[in-house]
Design a protein around this ligand. Structure first.
Ligand code: ASP
Length: 326
């Protein structure tokens, strides 16, 4: 749960804490014809250290799938990130419930939804992909599968998150509300030196949501989609609105039809905007990131303030304010 002001602080901190990353930050960013590989992109400022981890794999000539899994595990394990993994804010009943999915260049994919007490849901999603005939496991079944695969049961509710939840309980009347600050996701998409496109997406979803709520992030074609022949896309923001338009599948399909990544993200956001009409205000956020097979990328959001990180050619950059509708 981070306000824009907190994000700016975090960006400054990221630079202070990870000076070796050579982080550069930029303002409004146009479509970038980078045509470079390897390259990795991810959502929000916690994407900076996540990309740095992914880069270790990509730079060594490794598989983009290994890179995105390793990358998103960084915010999953970071208790200071309140919208992903350990330290994520709980639902209204105090349960930290997590959603994650992963997809490779050959349409192989795996997902877990509404899983509790497992620090790295992305790795469970990968094992669903690799070791079961299924794509998605949810709730207790996902947890049981994780335990069978050797994952440890862990309490993900940190004292800090518990305190924030209790404060919310005192003032909210136990009513979930979606606003501009109570959610965020790491979505990561990467292209490796062998031209393989892969992606991963993981979140604790909306804080103080109804118990059992699942967002877009574990849904293939909503929070993440990869077509290894054309492109990859990931999303962040109000998951319900992304599911409604099959957001990332739409972005990738538009790239398949010839749009560049920027145009594809803009068209997907325009659909959200057309659908919501006058209900869009400064609290409403949906953003998309897209990367094509050439290494060109784009980003677009409904509201100002969408940040994303790009690591290519030895530089890890935080792009602080993507182009947006408002
Ligand atoms: N898309 C996430 C969800 O709805 C939240 C976010 O990325 O802001 O669960």
């Amino acid at each position: 749960m981070q306000t824009r002001r907190q994000f700016l602080k975090i960006s400054a901190l990221t630079t202070a804490v990870f000076p070796f990353l050579k982080v550069k930050t930029f303002g409004k960013t146009p479509f970038k014809e980078s045509s470079t590989k390897p390259i990795v992109l991810s959502t929000w400022s916690f994407g900076v250290p996540a990309n740095a981890e992914a880069w270790k794999v990509l730079n060594g000539g490794g598989w983009a799938l290994d890179a995105v899994e390793a990358g998103v595990k960084i915010p999953e394990g970071d208790p200071k990130v309140h919208s992903v993994g350990y330290g994520g804010l709980p639902d209204r009943d105090g349960h930290v419930t997590l959603d994650a999915c992963i997809m490779d260049e050959a349409l192989n994919c795996g997902s877990v939804a509404f899983i509790e007490n497992i620090m790295h849901p992305i790795s469970v999603a990968r094992l669903v992909m690799e070791k079961t005939p299924h794509i998605m496991l949810a709730g207790d079944g996902a947890y049981q599968f994780a335990i069978e695969q050797g994952f440890k049961k862990e309490n993900l509710l940190t004292p800090e998150s518990e305190k924030i939840w209790k404060e919310w309980l005192n003032k909210s009347g136990y009513k979930p509300k979606i606003d501009g600050v109570n959610h965020d996701t790491i979505g990561m998409i990467a292209l490796d030196t062998n031209g393989r496109l892969c992606g991963a997406c993981t979140t604790s979803g909306l804080s103080f949501k109804y118990h059992g709520r699942v967002g877009d992030s574990p849904i293939i074609g909503a929070g993440l989609y990869v077509d290894g022949e054309y492109g990859a896309a990931t999303s962040t923001g109000i998951g319900e609105e992304v599911i409604r338009i099959s957001g990332t599948h739409l972005v990738v399909e538009l790239m398949r039809q010839g749009r560049n990544p920027q145009e594809a993200c803009e068209e997907a956001v325009n659909r959200v905007v057309r659908n919501k009409g006058s209900k869009i205000d400064s609290d409403f956020q949906v953003g998309f990131l897209a990367l094509n097979k050439n290494g060109d990328y784009g980003a677009y959001a409904v509201n100002k303030g969408f940040q994303y990180a790009v690591y290519s050619q030895e530089e890890n950059n935080l792009l602080k304010d993507s182009k947006s509708h408002l």
